[in-house]
Ligand binder design. Structure first.
Ligand SMILES: Cc1ncc(COP(=O)(O)O)c(C=O)c1O
Length: 359
């Protein structure tokens, strides 16, 4: 009796979960009208097809997801004209950025990276004994390829480049980036983080992986596909390089769960959702640009789902003004600077941001 009551409750709960908009679940530990713009999450995801696939995949959770993993690796490889052997799956691209930097650190030497950039993988690399040499951005806040090149020495094992760069949203000229990759010594791994390329069709460098076994391209289902909580990422590289990364995983490609993998496969096919996200992100970003302009705040035009801006001339405390209106997420990435990054939410959310910062 007790058990069946539990079963009914569980069934009721599961039905409620799938009927509940993701927003409610996501923010369930916050005030109902909070706007969270801190982590560049997609406010629309997961896609309708991914939600359906994930709910169906629950039934298969008693099995290890080997076939699903293989299928996802195959599907990912096709548009890049690569093979399954060129793809590694991880629990988010974070896992793969971590593995790539551990691999470099194990070779004893230093790692070169721009500053500011996405730093999540740096503490582990440091602990394993690979100091990270940080190279400032250009005055225009773009990644400085020339200075990165100059920072490479005989002990450099890896260069990390985020393109578009987080937190600045800037894109490198494709020919300059390709030349940088082609000119790099084969002993220096180039870790290219392409977490945000889909928002404005930034050109990927994945087509170079077979020619350059020192190139690793990391990508994710967390951003344009709106699946940050599902934890699925992937990297593309030469098959031998993929093998070296696989060797650092307890089980090759087994970091992401079956439900998440099913969602990732379905979301690759849901192109109308991706197009909608691109369009809405662009509209919402424009609302924010105009709000910044109205308040005399300069910003870097962004190819992503976040914007980097200079709050120096804004007469109030920008972060506090937003937080007073339940809008969280304006973040600083540079010491002794008023530059902040804010993620782009829905158009409605960015209108609320615009209203909040109005002078
Ligand atoms: C540049 C960049 N790379 C990688 C990630 C990690 O994403 P995930 O581990 O969710 O795939 C993020 C997340 O914010 C990011 O901004």
């Amino acid at each position: 009796m007790k058990q069946s009551a539990l079963a009914v409750a569980a069934f009721g709960l599961s039905r409620d979960i799938f009927a509940t908009p993701s927003k409610t679940l996501l923010y369930s530990n916050h005030a109902a009208d909070i706007i969270k713009l801190s982590s560049n999450e997609n406010p629309y995801g997961p896609s309708p097809q991914a939600r359906k696939a994930m709910s169906e995949a629950i039934n298969g959770c008693n099995r290890y997801p080997w076939e699903t993993t293989t299928l996802l690796r195959e599907k990912i490889s096709i548009p890049y004209k690569l093979a399954k052997a060129n793809v590694i799956i991880g629990a988010g691209s974070s896992e793969l950025l971590g593995l790539a930097s551990v691999l470099a650190a194990l070779k004893k030497g230093n790692i070169v990276a721009p500053d500011p950039t996405f730093r999540l993988w740096m503490p582990a690399a440091n602990k394993i004994g690979a100091p990270v040499k940080l190279v400032p951005l250009t005055p225009q806040k773009t990644v400085d390829l020339q200075r990165l090149k100059e920072a490479i020495d005989a002990d450099t094992r890896m260069v990390y480049i985020c393109n578009p760069n987080n937190p600045t949203g800037t894109v490198l000229p494709p020919n300059e980036l390709e030349t940088f990759i082609k000119d790099a010594a084969p002993s220096v791994t180039i870790l290219l983080d392409e977490a945000y390329t889909e928002f404005e069709d930034t050109k990927s460098v994945a087509h170079l992986v077979n020619e350059h076994p020192n190139l690793i391209v990391a990508k994710t289902f967390s951003k344009i596909y709106g699946m940050a909580g599902a934890r699925v990422g992937y990297a593309l590289a030469h098959a031998n390089t993929i093998q070296q990364l696989n060797d650092l995983q307890p089980w090759a490609n087994a970091g992401a769960g079956g439900i998440s993998l099913a969602g990732a496969i379905a979301s690759l096919e849901d192109t109308s959702f991706v197009n909608m996200c691109k369009k809405e992100n662009s509209k919402a970003r424009s609302i924010f640009y105009h709000a910044l302009e109205r308040n005399g705040i300069s910003y870097i035009p962004s190819a992503t789902s976040f914007v980097y801006f200079d709050a120096l001339k804004y007469p109030k405390d920008f972060k506090a003004i937003l937080e007073a209106k339940n809008i969280i997420g304006a973040r600083s990435f540079e010491e002794r600077s008023k530059w902040l990054r804010l993620s782009i939410g829905t158009t409605g959310e960015m209108e609320r941001v615009a209203e909040a910062i109005r002078l």
